[in-house]
Design a binder for this molecule. Structure first.
Ligand code: SF4
Length: 492
């Protein structure tokens, strides 16, 4: 998972110089100056389409700009170049005195209109690189930035730098900079946030400023999605016909919990954290002894800063084991329990998944924060599903989120499990009908109900998900991973 580092700062603070230098020194980094967007668009509108200021204003106000302009990009020497409707222009064409003036006018008119297009470029770049984003208001332009660095310097020092840069006298530079400062401040270009790292470059050489910025970037945690602890035991009170663990037998049956502290410690050392820590297993985690579960729970408390939320997978058995349930539930960890059902009706669910105690009837189930996955199979009561599902949620208010889930067939295609999944999974058409019946809307790749309680997401990308099994940090292909290499790869 790569990072987006946003950089902004006052005029003359060294923002562009430092960014350019960082680009030379950092690994896997692409530089995207949002300012580069306005020049090609200005050129296209003014010179190719011969539009004047009023017609550009009308186009923007009527919402036609986004329809008329398709922003494309290419990466040359780790810098993003922006094109308009497939056209790219040379530096010389875009950097004439007339273009400087035109860009200010057109840029002011366009403002934030094209932020969506910019965001999708950044999202795209982020798939394979860290992105250094240079913009006047980078967090407005890209709110999901992982880190924001603001460079500043004293007014006198900035005047000195500008005089040198533009070969101008003191009075002219002072007047210009004062005017610019006022405009930048009122336009929100100096906005700082709780997470902003401010670096004062007044007394720093270029190299020192670059070192400081790199230090901030390197010290930032990189954040991945899921780190799953796969406990080895296959013991479970259910007999789910889709159980991947039992069919693939991919992960070790050993635990080596003694190494867990070491793995967490190394994550801390290499500044790697995860959105979720998932307590899971080849079988049901709550069959582990209270002592072993306590070791895990205590380590999660100790290394809480590494995870935003802890998710405990369960067959449902943990709700019948009060002490084990409370061990997690009363821990003050940000916590959710996850169960997976094929049917809302307990009798069907128990019959298909082969278990004999209805966890919905336990007190603990109603005390936890529950995420309930529902498999999209032909056992789901599709008729009047919306009515039945909302009744189910009313009866079980501890379920805070429902995720409709397409089951995975696993690595081997001929296992009993894979055959069962293929036989019973709903077709794409039927899934679409369910999405419509439940009134789920597509947003950012996720179908969601208006209240956000019911979601459907096609199975995600596990490239940046990791597991701990047998005390070893590894990927889902069962390959041991080095955190040092991972961190280096991501520019740390
Ligand atoms: S609850 Fe999980 S571990 Fe147990 S049989 Fe079902 S899928 Fe397998």
């Amino acid at each position: 998972m790569y990072k987006v580092i946003a950089i902004s700062g006052s005029s003359g603070s060294g923002k562009t110089t430092v960014s350019e230098e960082i680009l030379k020194r950092a690994k896997k980094l692409v530089y995207f100056d949002f300012g580069f967007l306005f020049r090609p668009i200005t050129y296209y509108l003014v010179n190719e389409l011969n539009m004047d200021e009023d017609s550009i204003k009308n186009m923007v106000l009527s919402g036609q700009l986004q329809r008329f302009i398709k922003v494309t990009y290419k990466v040359i020497n780790n810098k993003v170049e922006v094109g308009v409707n497939g056209k790219f222009y040379s530096f010389d064409v875009l950097n004439t005195p007339k273009m400087n003036m035109d860009t200010i006018t057109v840029g002011t008119i366009i403002g934030d209109t094209l932020n969506d297009a910019l965001r999708s470029i950044v999202d795209d770049l982020k798939k394979e690189n860290n992105v250094l984003l240079n913009a006047r208001r980078p967090i407005v332009a890209y709110p999901k930035a992982d880190c924001h660095i603001f460079l500043e310097a004293s007014f006198d020092e900035r005047i000195k730098r500008k005089m040198l840069m533009n070969n101008e006298d003191y009075e002219t530079t002072l007047k210009k900079l004062k005017k610019r400062d006022e405009k930048e401040e009122t336009s929100g270009f100096w906005e700082k946030y709780d997470f902003t790292k401010i670096i004062d470059t007044t007394n720093l050489t270029k190299e020192e400023a670059v070192d400081k910025v790199l230090q901030v970037i390197k010290n930032e945690f990189v954040s991945f999605n899921n780190l799953t602890l796969i406990l080895g035991s296959y013991k479970c009170n259910k007999n789910c016909p889709y159980c991947i663990a039992k069919n693939n037998k991919k992960f070790s049956a050993d635990d080596n919990l003694d190494y867990l502290d070491e793995v967490f410690n190394e994550l801390l050392k290499y500044k790697i954290k995860f959105k979720r820590f998932v307590v899971s297993g080849n079988g049901e985690p709550s069959f582990y002894s209270l002592e072993n579960l306590k070791i895990i729970r205590d380590l999660l408390i100790k290394y809480q800063e590494l995870f935003e939320i802890v998710r405990v997978h369960s067959s449902g058995n943990i709700f019948s084991e009060e002490k084990k349930f409370k061990l997690f539930n009363l821990s003050n960890l940000p916590l959710e329990f996850e169960v997976l059902r094929v049917a809302l009706n307990p009798y069907i669910d128990m019959n298909i998944l082969g278990y004999d105690e209805d966890y919905l009837k336990t007190n603990s189930f109603h005390e936890g924060n529950i995420k309930c996955d529902i498999a999209l199979t032909d056992y789901l009561e599709a008729d009047e599903l919306k009515f039945k599902l909302y009744n189910f949620l009313e009866d079980n208010p501890s379920i805070k989120k429902v995720r409709l889930k397409s089951l995975l067939a696993g690595d081997s295609t001929n296992t009993k499990q894979a055959q069962w999944v293929r036989k019973h999974s709903l077709s794409a058409d039927k899934i679409q009908m369910i999405i419509e019946e439940l009134g789920l809307n597509l947003n950012d790749g996720i179908y969601s109900s208006d209240d956000g309680k019911i979601i459907y997401k096609t199975n995600g990308d596990y490239t940046f998900d990791y597991v701990i099994n047998d005390g070893i940090f590894q990927n889902y292909n069962n390959e041991k991973c080095s955190m040092k290499v991972l961190r280096r790869k991501l520019g740390g």
